[in-house]
Every structure is written in C-alpha cells, then in structure tokens.
Design a protein around this ligand. Sequence first.
Ligand SMILES: Cc1cc2nc3c(=O)[nH]c(=O)nc-3n(C[C@H](O)[C@H](O)[C@H](O)COP(=O)(O)O)c2cc1C
Length: 490
Amino acid sequence: MNIDAIIDQLGGASAVQALLGVGPSAVSNYRIRGAFPEYARVKIWQALKARGVQVDPETLELIGAVAEASSPQTTASTAASSTASSAASSGGVTAPSILLIISGGIAAYKALELIRRMKDKGWQVRVIMTKGGAQFVTPLSVSALSGEKTYTDLFSLTDEAEMGHIRLARDADLVVVAPATANIMARMAQGMSDDLATTAVLATGAPILIAPAMNPHMWANPATRANAETLKSRGMRIIGPDSGDTACGEEGAGRLVDPMAILSMAEQMLPGQTPLKNRRIVVTSGPTHEPIDGVRYIANRSSGKQGQAIAEVLARHGAEVTLISGPVDLPPPAGADVIRVTTAKEMLSATLNALPADAVICAAAVADWAVDGAGKAKLKKTPGQPPALTFVENPDILATISGHPQRPKLVVGFAAETETPVAHGDDKRRRKGCDWILANDVGAEAPVFGADDNQVHFITAKGAVTWPRMTKHAVAEHLATEMIKELTHG
Ligand SMILES: Cc1cc2nc3c(=O)[nH]c(=O)nc-3n(C[C@H](O)[C@H](O)[C@H](O)COP(=O)(O)O)c2cc1C
C-alpha cells in the first residue's frame, strides 16, 4: 500500500486525523509503519470511494488511473486541491457514531448482539469496556463485531495517541451504557472519572442511554434507586430493567432489556432518526368490558401489555400514535395519546374518529358479544332464578376498518388461537380483509395473557414467519421494523 498516496487522496494528514478521530502523531506513526490500523480500513475505503478513488477494499491498494498518477509530484497537487474540504465531507461518512460502554455484568454477552444490531443499521460503534466488562466478554470479540478498536484503558499511551479519551467522548452522537452495573451507575451518579468509561461519560456532550442489569435486590436497593433517579434527573434515559428470572437465579426486576429495545430507544435518541415521523398510527389495546347491569360486566384476561408496547415503540420511532385502550392496570405508554374506552362499541367509535391514519393495529381483545338490554340498574338476586342473559354481536373493529372507505394503507390484527395458529391466523386475515395478522398460540403451555413474553407467527399475504419467543417489547420492535419497511419503502 502506498500510504502517502492514500493520505494525499484523502486530503492530507489533517483530513485523515479528522476522518479517523486521531491525533497528528498517530498519522505520523501510520506513515512510519506504512499501514493504517485494521479498524480504519473500511472507513478509509468508504472515504476514498466517496471521492471517486478506486482502491482494493482489502489491501487499500490504489486501482487504475489514480494509482498510476500517484507519483509524488501529482499527489502533491491533488492534496493541495483537496485539503480545502473537511474530512467529514471527504469521508462522506454520515452514519451515527455510538459510544457503547460495556460494564461488568453477566449480561455483557448481550452487548455483542446489540453491537451486531447497531452495525446492521450502518452505525459506527466504538466500544469502551470497563475492567469488569472485560471479565465477561473479550475485547477481541467486541472488535470483531464492531470493526473498531476496543478501548479499555484510560492510561494507554497508544490509545491516547490514536484516539484521545476526550475525542472518544466528544465524537459520539450517543453514549449507550449496556449493560450498566450498579457500580457504574453509582460512579456516574457521583460524577467520578476513575476509569476510561466514567471519564468519557463526564466528557461527552451526547445524550446518554443506560440499560441496567443486576440482581433484583441490587436494583431494589435504595442506593441504586437513588442513583437511577439522580442520573434521570440529569437528563440520562434509563431503559429497563425487565422483570423475570435473572442469571443469579433470583426472580424480579433486574434483567437487561432485549437488545432490540435498547436499539429502538437509541434510534429514537439519535438526532434525525425517526423513520415514522409524520405517520399517524392508531393502536387498539387491552380488553373491553361489556356491562351486564350497572355494577357487573363481562371481561377477558387481556392485560394490554402487548398493545402498549407497540404504541410506545412506534412513538419512539417518531410516529404520531393514538392508543385506544380498554380498561387496563398499566401506566400510559410514553409518547402516545391515550383514549380510554370501556366497551367494544366505544372502541369502534374512537377508532373511526381517529381516522384517517397510515396504519391501524388492532391488538385489543375485543369482546365478541355484549349483553342484550344491559341497563344501569343492578339486577336483583332472586334465589333459584339466575338471570337468563342473552347476547348481541359486537361490531367487528378489524373487519370494519379493513373495509372502510378511509382504510389505512396498513391494517394489522391479532389472532389468539388455541390450535393451528398459522392456518387459523391466515384464514382470519383473509376473512377480515386486513394485511397482516400476528397469531399467538394461547393454547401453548407458556401463558400469553398478562405475561411479559410472547411467541407470535407473523402472517402476511406472502406467507408466515414464526418469531421466537421474546418479550412483548421485542415483538413490538420486530413489528415496528416490518412497518417501517412497509410504510416508508413500499
Ligand atoms: C459472576 C459475576 C456476575 C456479576 N454480575 C453483575 C451484574 O449483572 N450486575 C452488576 O451490577 N454487577 C454484577 N457483578 C458485580 C460487578 O462485576 C462489580 O460490581 C464490578 O465492580 C463492576 O465494575 P464496573 O461497573 O466497573 O464494570 C457481577 C460479579 C460477578 C463476579
């Protein structure tokens, strides 16, 4: 590789410094070594490509006319003409830059999945690992996935020359701490800077997202609660932790949230990353209550957790979300307008009032029947004479929206099936005239109603895909990903 020619093509040493986020001595070292560090190869290749310079992506050898023209004389003039442009523009690199901090919890392995998902989005991911973090996953695995050097040491001479610790913090568009231990949260809350991770947190001007993971007692401890509140009060966002079995064998709140949920929150926190902006989406959720008389009603076991997760995730992706919710025992989801209803008829009328919309997601468990002639007065108990209730059919909200003159581009329903969920789900999709069905097997051993997890079959006109069992939040993320494709590209 003719390193001097490449530096010239990139606009000179200062442009390379800015492109790679390194100091002048690092570029001198590259010239002496005759090579760029491995982590910089893709970025250099992209930057050269953006300038119309062909290089071999593996070796960075210049190809064709530019290679032949790259004598010392000609490269000097090329450099002179191009130093005016900044490295950012020469690089053409507009991908968001994430600084991921991995601290020392058992969930550190899930950060590897998070890195993969971030890379899938085309984001640049630089990683700092605490000493504790490096006990659980190796910097080598992290670098293999991130394509970047992994930083672990505040007092590393080579790291400091190539990428000063302040620059590492200042270059980030978003800092994500995942998993966040009780320890790092305590140190962040105290404003400590006794290692590279906490120093970067103090030095950054970027928004900070924290995903805690720890033993449920550690999370519930008043010290951790106070630290979390302090961090929130300083504008940091905290996602999770989830409840359930933890790795230490105890049950309760402490599990790292699904990496897809972290990804979604990160996406929302990045400036300009709201793919569903200007899209209006209506979500129905929860059960309906159908009165028997003034004090009694017929209900079902829907908790509203899945619908609320969908509303929250879509709002995070920038959609204008109206959540029409039956009676549930949940706090309102962040970012959505909530309309509370009781009966199926009220839910239909609220849904119709919310049109026009780009999409309607019917996640509510709407009662099929209402009690005929239910009045306000309490039915009196007459011994030996139970009331003979008769039922009338409730409106079919999914079918009504699917056949409505103001039908949204995308109508999605849920199907709770006890057997052959894919066949029954697809049949429902055709009968109702909706686009997609998420069918769940409520006859399976694992509960769906009220649970935090769900296992669904995603059914469209193209066929069915079975998603693995995952949190309802992750189901919402998967659905959002499909919706983004449909509403923004299709
Ligand atoms: C096997 C093992 C698992 C641990 N898991 C966690 C955890 O999930 N969450 C946590 O807060 N601390 C956990 N700890 C304790 C932290 O590793 C310890 O507090 C450490 O000082 C954290 O340092 P750091 O925050 O700088 O990474 C664990 C320790 C061990 C030995």
